[in-house]
Design a protein around this ligand. Sequence first.
Ligand SMILES: CC(C)(COP(=O)(O)OP(=O)(O)OC[C@H]1O[C@@H](n2cnc3c(N)ncnc32)[C@H](O)[C@@H]1OP(=O)(O)O)[C@@H](O)C(=O)NCCC(=O)NCCS
Length: 157
Amino acid sequence: MNADPRVMEFFANPLGRPQSDAMVDRIEANFDKRGFSLWAIEVPGVASFIGFAGLAVPDFTAPFTPCVEIGWRLAAEHWGRGYATEAAGLALDHGFRKLGFREIVAFTTVANQRSRAVMKRLGMRYDPVDDFDMPTLPENHTLRQHVLYRLSSESRA
Ligand SMILES: CC(C)(COP(=O)(O)OP(=O)(O)OC[C@H]1O[C@@H](n2cnc3c(N)ncnc32)[C@H](O)[C@@H]1OP(=O)(O)O)[C@@H](O)C(=O)NCCC(=O)NCCS
């Protein structure tokens, strides 16, 4: 999944095996550190792993940080079935009801319409005033301009 150029179209680079394994190590370390992270998604009877969705704390500084973000990534053959929205909805409920967060955000590069559609389906709100440049990407990088979507615990209830 992390090596597939379709999946990684809106990221700086597809990941090789060592980078992908290091990402999994960071995901698991965050479960130990914070008690939440990105969950692997299984679709019983279909596939034991189709991707991930879950909660994270961004490690860059922006006007909206510190914050809790929700994210998702599916292997391309599992797009178009509603799996990302279903899994993300469960992650939001866990974040609001079990972990007590007041707000959860999501962000992506402007052109990532598939991901923005998930944010909309989840009821997250976009305000252009929150647009920001991703500080981890170089100046003039085509993916640098990002949009932010927000959801409060009250509006999810
Ligand atoms: C972003 C991403 C997770 C979205 O996946 P997705 O499958 O399009 O999103 P959903 O799970 O919400 O599925 C919605 C689609 O499933 C369809 N669908 C089919 N059956 C469905 C069902 N039973 N219930 C709900 N939706 C269903 C919907 O109509 C919709 O189709 P459409 O895209 O043609 O409108 C996926 O494109 C991806 O992994 N991209 C690469 C990684 C990435 O960019 N991650 C985000 C970084 S911020």
